[in-house]
Design a protein around this ligand. Structure first.
Ligand SMILES: [Zn+2]
Length: 86
């Protein structure tokens, strides 16, 4: 089990750390991207900062704390299969 953790391709924020690749792990988290957009509509700035912190936990560095930058960086990371540093 310890070796599995060392070999993990998962994002640092992944709860299960059991995905075969970073991309698979990120795809699994796609639903949280949708949640970010819903949160933006309902909660504004607090949601932006929360989404930004979530992205940073996954090793993603958005261009800013603005929601569109956070979502863009998360989507780019999904496409590339690795955490994007904007
Ligand atoms: Zn994972």
């Amino acid at each position: 089990m310890e070796i599995m953790f060392l070999m993990s391709n998962c994002r640092t924020g992944c709860a299960t750390q059991n995905h075969d690749s970073w991309g698979e792990c990120a795809r699994n988290a796609n639903i949280s991207t949708a949640n970010m957009q819903i949160a933006l509509v309902s909660r504004g700035t607090d949601a932006e900062l929360g989404a930004y912190r979530d992205a940073r936990k996954q090793g993603i560095q958005p261009a800013s704390t603005k929601m569109h930058d956070v979502i863009a960086a998360t989507r780019a990371s999904d496409k590339l299969g690795r955490a994007v540093q904007a």
